[in-house]
Design a protein. Structure first.
Length: 116
């Protein structure tokens, strides 16, 4: 379960996008559905990822945010001792929908299908 209390508290402030970005980038990548968002590679690289806030709006109960995540994916070889295949890193991007509860800051994360 993801909690984004700093982003929740910053809602309505001019710094909301920067705070949401920083708070998301501080969590572990495996807590987000990045593996399911891969389109060119086979697994998510352990390298840091970047967040771009695309848009946000709120109602009385929740804050809805759409974010793009830019991260690295790996095309791995067979991992055999004699496998000469180097690890290839490819840039991946996916969009996520965040729904932040305005009371608890519990955040539901959904991978958006951006393929036509």
């Amino acid at each position: 379960m993801i909690h984004l209390p700093k982003a929740r508290d910053a809602w309505s402030s001019p710094e909301f996008n920067q705070i949401l970005k920083a708070e998301l980038e501080a969590i572990e990548a495996d807590r987000l559905p990045l593996q399911q968002g891969l389109s060119q590679s086979s697994m998510v690289s352990p390298e840091p990822f970047s967040v771009i806030v695309v848009g946000s709006e709120a109602d009385a109960a929740v804050i809805h945010c759409r974010v793009s995540i830019i991260y690295a994916g790996i095309v791995a070889g067979c991992s055999c001792a004699d496998d000469p295949t180097p690890l290839d890193r490819l840039t991946e991007c996916c969009e996520l929908q965040l729904v932040i509860d305005r009371v608890s800051a519990v955040t539901k994360v959904t991978l958006l299908d951006t393929n036509p």
